[in-house]
Design a protein around this ligand. Structure first.
Ligand code: ASP
Length: 324
């Protein structure tokens, strides 16, 4: 097997964990995007393996369902040569009542180098990171943050538009329950884009404008002349009570269709983190329009972003002290 040379690691990304976009500098964001860019090229070659994480162990611990994030982290770890373990929460001792901290300390005792964690509660991944010696990557914690998705979205936009600075990005739909929205707001603001949130008042957190965003309750007003449209799913698994009268009415007012899209810039890109609910937040005619929709590009670039994150954190992951 031919194993290619590792890409030299930048010395200025010094974080031990990746728990959120909040707090990362524009330079750190740019470093990670640059590294991800080199993985995009590598993934398009026949020989995709590098052995930068050979001998390292990656554990994926997902307390919530996932298709894209989990698969791409697993594939990313394997392409970098790590041993990858998937913990299935449904068949683990978590189902017997073990606490999150006990689970974390148990896994830690097996000396992994990187733990990738998704959890339904905001803050749970940060809490867990305080109890382990390895690097921790947040793969989504409740409606708090989903940092790797924001990197995916930024890389997708950058590859199409060259730069994020000055772009108008409309994030539309269930902002209230969306970790994708929060991570994207932090990243887009840090990189000089202008963020608009388009949603009914019931799906916007109070005082969200303090995050430096413009608010719209009307799709046509919010999409007017924008460069990028990010659609969000109605996250009913996080809803207690009723937030929209009906999905039919929601689609009528807030679903992206050709007619609403027509007020955006003629070359505005359509994005969605997935999974999509067709006919609820997005019409198939726009989701599948390959001249405008970059939804499958986001999936391809998701792998490269996760390779970059594992590379940068995994290569630097400290060995556990032997007295531990
Ligand atoms: N996949 C994204 C997340 O995990 C978006 C979604 O579920 O709607 O947050």
């Amino acid at each position: 097997m031919i194993l290619m040379q590792p890409i030299p690691l930048p010395s200025t990304f010094v974080h031990r964990h990746l728990l959120g976009i909040e707090g990362l500098s524009p330079e750190e964001i740019a470093i990670l995007l640059e590294l991800a860019e080199s993985y995009v090229a590598l993934n398009r070659e026949a020989q995709k393996k590098r052995d930068v994480l050979r001998g390292r162990t990656l554990i994926l611990l997902f307390f919530e369902t996932s298709t894209r994030t989990r698969t791409s982290f697993e594939l990313a770890g394997k392409r970098l040569g790590a041993d990858v373990i998937n913990i299935s929460v449904a068949t683990s001792a978590i189902k017997k009542g073990e606490t999150l901290i006990d689970t974390a300390m148990t896994l830690n005792a097996m000396r992994p180098d990187v733990l990738v964690v998704r959890h339904p509660d905001a803050g749970a991944v940060t809490l867990l990171s305080n109890h382990v010696n390895c690097a921790v990557i947040n793969a989504g914690d409740g409606s708090h943050e989903h940092p790797t998705q924001a990197f995916v979205d930024a890389l997708t936009i950058r590859r199409r538009r060259g730069d994020l600075r000055g772009l108008s990005v409309a994030i539309c739909g269930d902002v209230m329950h969306s970790r994708v929205a929060r991570s994207n707001i932090h990243l887009l603001n840090a990189m000089g884009a202008r963020v608009r949130l388009v949603a009914p008042p019931t799906l916007l957190p109070t005082a969200i404008e303090r995050m430096g965003v413009e608010i719209f309750h009307d799709m046509r007003a919010g999409l007017e002349d924008c460069d990028i449209i990010m659609m969000l799913r109605l996250q009913s698994e996080r809803m207690q009570g009723t937030y929209v009268p009906s999905t039919r009415e929601y689609f009528h007012f807030f679903g992206l269709d050709k007619e609403k899209l027509s007020v955006a810039k003629p070359d505005a890109l359509i994005m969605h983190p997935g999974p999509m609910n067709r006919g609820v937040e997005i019409d198939s005619a726009v989701a599948d329009d390959i001249t405008r929709s970059v939804i499958l590009d986001q999936v391809e670039l998701g792998l490269a972003v996760r390779q970059a994150c594992l590379d940068i954190l995994g290569r630097n992951a400290p060995a556990l002290p032997s007295a531990y």
